[in-house]
Design a protein. Structure first.
Lengths: 646, 257
């Protein structure tokens, strides 16, 4: 038997006993191992090839497990982690500014507004340093100084420089590192790679996750794949908003199918609205583009002091500019956490001080940085970001300030997992953005890459063994069982229904409609009345969708409209759950801002007495309210205080 | 804007394709090229026609999915951009725009504008990695790396694997792609240990996939959305020559005591 104690409730995270700083080391020392000879008899499915999925697949294959890896893109190298710009945090203290594991842990808990699980966050901070070592060993070309050592920059919500970066393409370089590690194992036979495959259901046998049903997106064929454990590393659900910084294909389908099979979905309303994105330019827009938070290191955010000022920004004199973040938050200034910066921008625009054609934008100005450091230095730090901005907007940010506005960027919520990263469904593990555990109600910049790689390189490879140790004599799992039959039939029925309902409206029509509701009622600020209305509206969209959506073509071919239709169907159901969660949480914390609960200065007002819990929701059927399970959060090592960045 | 689109339509890998005309109106100059394609596809769906299949994902020029051959150029007019970063302001009202998939024997068409680029994955699998397991690597600052080398490695590592270099090349050569990865890794001390094996294996795989040879035309460098330099090809050729002349693989040995 495992050393790990029995669960006391469905949301018992089974955090190991002992002092915080010793938990992970002690746990690793006592989880069961699977011998090299036995690993060969064990299959693991990994869905998704972003930082979490690719690092997990590579690590598990190196250890000797048989890994089957799935991605919907044409190559694992294209997963959306590739688009992360700014950097990755690690408590290396290379800059000698007093950084430590404890400080990274503390900043992350505080940044998350005290709604994350203490032991998980400490572990994240603990393994962060190893991630940098691992990536450098793989050949990731992080920025270096002239002595040949690694360089760091600072990010929002912290007072140290602990962010490692590779120009504005850190995610790309980290993902290519993990992809190369995967490629090596594909060549060695340790990983069987399935490109252009989408998971459409998880298969449970005797209550354990034992496989998936996947659609080959190139041929339309429905396939059965079995394994001893299933790992979901399928990313976040920001595309529920239609417009977000996510890739077009990013979706919630795998996680949502698992949820419908019993996996609890935790804190779905905790979404992150990133403060520095290029503003929406028109109705045609298909996605939003992020400008890295690192720009806030040297850029200053302002709006005119005069309402509806239509002068060009360079014609507005210094004394008529309101650097509102520096004014409101003198200690952190432009580097306040993302949720704070986003709400402050919304507040100014709603009050009539917004700029640009839409008036829904604020300035991000590099004039002072260029004067201080010179254009060359600014270009070397942010050149590719400036270039990207210019390509999209046709404006030169060296000459005129950027216009920015918040946009949906990341989702802190996700499938509930225990300390071992296993969901409440046995054998179903969830990593990276797809799980909920580490960022609480708000994620700090440069922490998503850290968490994805921590889970994949340094956590799951140890914890999954404790589960798989029971399977060394199980033998291969058959796909010829009534459970696989039933799951496959359900998947086929659903596809068939989408193809043959004789509707008239394109999928995007519904997606845009859903996105608008979620953005307005469950976006940067929420209230009970709006949320109740949103739930009713979303349920109406769901019914209309299944009656009137049109999917052309056939099931048995590459059919991108069919792919989209399946994803949007799941987003609609998720949208209702997000609103239910936001309605249940009668407090403001992190990215969740309920208008009814704020301080006199307009800051988020938490209610620790009643809401210091993880809301883990159990599916009860489409259109039905989900059932709430509460995982109470206990902080043994820090005191919960109101966040202040003033 | 009003435009005349001529788009390659091909039902499946084994079907014959042809160029089909699609007039389109009401296009905003601020739209990206792919957003213009979205508008077209929504119109096709509403009419009950099949939308044009094309690969795309991040829509910010980094995932390397999008791959349209527009008016005879990979990723269309403009330098240093992918198709998703091309905006309609680059065209004039009334223009005719030809849109085709990548054309290369090693990138067979799957449907319409979607091609199979898995040959690139197999080139990386042949050696585009450093053999290090997850677990206990040495401290990241244990090996200082000359900033110039590190920066040059980074310049090569920015390749997004889109395949524009192959599409631009009259020989459909994959030398720019392959040399970018060879250079990235061999410029770093961590990658030098395996550099001879790597260059031989990756070039061998490149040839097996059916890519053509390099004749130093330089079209790849011009069309590369990330500005990868053909200097990398020269570097790879030098390494290949050195490895091919001097190197014989070690013999397999027994299992020890």
């Amino acid at each position: 038997m495992s050393e790990f104690r029995e669960k006391t409730s469905i949301v018992d995270a089974r955090v190991p006993e002992g002092p915080l700083a010793d938990k992970w080391v002690e746990h690793k020392n006592h989880v069961r191992l699977v011998s090299p000879g036995n690993k060969r008899r064990i299959d693991v499915i990994v869905v998704g090839t972003g930082l979490a999925g690719a690092s997990a697949a590579a690590s598990l294959a190196e250890m000797g497990y048989n890994v089957k890896s799935f991605c919907f893109q044409d190559s694992p190298r294209r997963a959306h982690s590739i688009a992360a710009q700014g950097g990755i945090n690690a408590a290396k203290n290379y800059q000698n500014d007093g950084d430590s594991t404890y400080r990274l842990f503390y900043d992350t808990i505080k940044g998350g507004d005290y709604r994350s699980r203490e032991a998980n966050v400490y572990r994240l901070a603990e393994v962060s340093a190893s991630i940098i070592d691992q990536c450098v060993a793989q050949g990731v070309p992080f920025a270096r100084d002239y002595g040949g050592l690694l360089d760091n920059r600072s990010f929002g919500g912290v007072q140290v420089s602990r962010t490692f970066y590779a120009r504005g393409q850190t995610g790309q370089q980290l993902l290519l590192g993990a992809y190369s590690a995967m490629s090596r194992m594909i060549a060695k036979g340790g990983i069987k790679m399935y490109n252009r495959h989408e998971m459409l259901d998880v298969v449970l046998v005797e209550g354990k996750a034992r496989g998936i049903i996947a659609r080959n997106l190139q041929t339309g064929e429905i396939e059965r794949h079995s394994a001893h454990a299933v790992v979901l590393a399928t990313g976040g659900y920001g595309n529920v908003f239609f417009l977000s910084t996510n890739a077009m294909g990013s979706n919630v389908t795998a996680a949502w199918k698992a949820h419908k099979k019993g996996a609890l979905f935790a804190n779905p309303c905790f979404t992150q609205i990133h403060p520095t994105c290029i503003p929406v330019s028109g109705d045609h827009q298909s996605k939003l583009t992020l400008m890295s938070e690192s720009l806030r290191n040297d850029g200053r955010i302002w709006v005119p002091k005069k309402k509806g000022d239509t002068r060009k920004p360079i014609d507005i004199p210094e004394e008529e500019r309101d650097y509102y973040l520096e004014r409101r938050y003198p200690a952190f200034g432009n580097l306040v956490p993302r949720d704070v910066a986003s709400r402050a921008a919304k507040e100014r625009c709603d009050a009539g001080y917004g700029v640009g054609a839409s008036k829904m934008a604020v300035y991000l100005d590099f004039k002072d940085a260029i004067n201080r450091m010179g254009e060359d230095v600014v270009a070397s730090k942010y050149g590719n970001l400036f270039q990207m901005y210019e390509k999209i907007t046709d404006e030169n940010p060296y000459k005129t300030p950027m216009r920015i506005y918040p946009a949906v960027h990341y989702t802190m919520g996700g499938l509930w997992v225990d300390y071992n990263l296993m969901s409440n469904v046995e054998g179903l593990f969830v990593l990276g953005e797809a799980n909920f555990s580490d960022h609480g109600a708000n994620r700090l910049g440069a922490s998503a890459l850290m968490q994805g790689l921590a889970d994949g390189y340094f956590v799951l490879p140890y914890t999954i063994g404790d589960y798989l140790a029971d399977d060394i004599r199980t033998g291969a799992i058959s796909t010829q069982s009534s459970e696989f039959d039933a799951a496959e039939k359900e998947v086929k029925n659903r596809l068939h229904q989408l193809m043959n309902n004789g509707g008239t409206k394109p999928v995007d029509y519904y997606h845009k409609k859903l996105g608008k509701i979620i953005w307005e009622q469950c976006g940067m600020s929420r209230n009970a009345e709006g949320l109740k209305q949103a739930i009713a509206d979303i349920n109406a969209i769901r019914e209309d969708f299944w009656k009137n959506v049109r999917v052309p073509g056939t099931e048995g071919e590459l059919n991108q409209e069919l792919e989209k239709a399946g994803r949007v169907a799941d987003f609609i159901e998720l949208g209702a759950l997000m609103c239910q969660d936001a309605l249940d949480r009668n407090e403001s914390c992190g990215g969740h801002f309920r208008e009814e609960f704020q301080t006199p200065e307009g800051e988020a007002l938490r209610d620790d007495d009643n809401y210091a819990y993880v809301a883990a929701w159990e599916y009860q059927g489409a259109g039905m309210p989900a059932r709430l399970h509460k995982e109470e959060l206990h902080y043994e090592n820090i005191k919960m205080v109101q966040r202040s960045y003033k | 804007m009003n435009l005349k689109l001529k788009i390659w339509r091909q039902k499946g890998p084994k079907d014959n394709g042809k160029m089909v005309d699609y007039p389109i109106s009401g296009i905003s100059p601020d739209m990206s090229f792919l957003e213009m394609m979205d508008v077209l596809n929504d119109q096709l769906v509403e009419k009950g026609d099949l939308p044009v299949a094309f690969d795309h994902d991040c829509r910010e020029g980094i995932c390397g999915s999008c791959s349209m051959y527009i008016n005879g150029e990979p990723h269309g007019p403009g330098r240093g951009i992918t198709t998703c970063q091309l905006h309609m302001r680059s065209f004039a009202d009334g223009d005719t725009i030809h849109i085709e998939p990548w054309r290369a024997a090693a990138f067979p068409v799957i449907k319409d504008l979607v091609t199979d680029r898995s040959a690139f994955d197999r080139i990386i699998q042949a050696g585009g990695f450093i053999s290090v397991n997850s677990g206990s690597p040495v401290d990241a600052n244990a090996i200082p790396i000359d900033k110039h080398d590190s920066d040059r490695a980074f310049d090569a590592a920015t390749c997004i694997g889109c395949g524009a270099c192959v599409a631009a090349c009259k020989n459909a050569s994959a030398m720019l792609f392959t040399s970018a990865k060879v250079s990235h890794l061999s410029l770093l001390p961590q990658g030098q240990v395996e550099s001879r094996d790597r260059v031989l294996a990756m070039i061998n795989q490149m040839d097996e996939e059916g890519f053509g040879n390099c004749t130093n035309t330089g079209a790849c460098e011009v069309e590369c959305p990330k500005g990868i330099s053909i200097e990398n090809i020269a570097r790879m050729n030098r390494q290949y020559l050195g490895a091919a002349i001097s190197y014989s693989p070690p013999k397999a040995t027994g299992g020890g005591d």
